[in-house]
Design a protein around this ligand. Structure first.
Ligand code: SAM
Length: 228
């Protein structure tokens, strides 16, 4: 699956792509990630990409023409990508949206904004708008990376153990059960006896009950959503 990003700061993608699961998935040829610099599409000799807002107000707004030209350029070379604008005003990214996006082929074109945001008219030339949460960051690069990571790990073959996808938080409308590893006792706290019992059926039942309990305590909204 292909991931493309249009950004003023392509360098921001270098180190997150060089480590861990994403790096291994790229190495294995399961995904590709390309950061396309917006600056060359800027206007005039200064390659300007922003301008003052009509109607006044603080900050600068990203102009529509450079972004539209960059989108056309990437789409010309890689037809069929789903164009996604990263914006705090978009649909909140969750595991079910990540699952939908993981099925899109050939892949995604993520557009990272900066400044006060992007000229409103760009909304008419994208397919989807996505937010990574109800807070405002200075740019869409981190939101794009979060989206890439959330989606890439759902692509078959990217995770060594695909079972971890069904067991982990949000896999089945619950948070995941608690984990323990060695030592058996840490600062007076013991690993629950049942996990040392070797009785796999009881361990499975205990984990299911734990997952349900902690979802009820911490995120009851997930259980309501699962039923709805
Ligand atoms: N003025 C805009 C508003 O209030 O909706 C916020 C602009 S923000 C400072 C600049 C850019 O960062 C946005 O265009 C978007 O690409 C990105 N961004 C910031 N927070 C985001 C979030 N929670 N999810 C997705 N993108 C975000």
């Amino acid at each position: 699956m292909e991931f493309h990003v249009i950004t003023l700061f392509p360098g921001m993608f270098e180190s997150p792509l060089a480590a861990g699961m994403v790096a291994r998935a790229i190495e294995a040829g399961l995904i590709s990630v390309t950061a396309h610099p917006l600056r060359p599409f800027g206007l005039g000799s200064y390659r300007q990409v922003d301008d003052a807002p009509y109607g006044g107000g603080s900050g600068m707004v990203m102009r529509a023409e450079p972004i539209a030209a960059a989108i056309d350029d990437v789409m010309g070379q890689h037809p069929g990508l789903m164009r996604i604008l990263m914006t705090p005003q978009g649909e909140p990214l969750d595991q079910s949206i990540a699952r939908e996006l993981a099925r899109v082929r050939p892949g995604l074109l993520l557009i990272a904004g900066r400044y006060e945001g992007i000229d409103e008219r760009i909304r008419s030339i994208v397919d989807r708008e996505i937010s990574i949460g109800d807070y405002v960051l200075s740019g869409g690069e981190l939101p794009a990376m979060v989206t890439i990571e959330a989606v890439a790990r759902l692509i078959p073959g990217v995770l060594g153990n695909p079972e971890s996808l069904t067991e982990e938080s949000f896999g089945a409308d619950t948070l995941e059960y608690p984990h323990y590893t060695r030592p058996e006792e840490f600062r007076g706290m013991r690993v629950p006896e049942i996990l040392l019992s070797g009785d796999h059926a009881r361990i499975r039942a205990w984990r299911e009950a734990q997952a349900l309990d902690r979802t009820r305590q911490r995120r009851p909204d997930l259980l309501r959503r699962g039923r709805g």
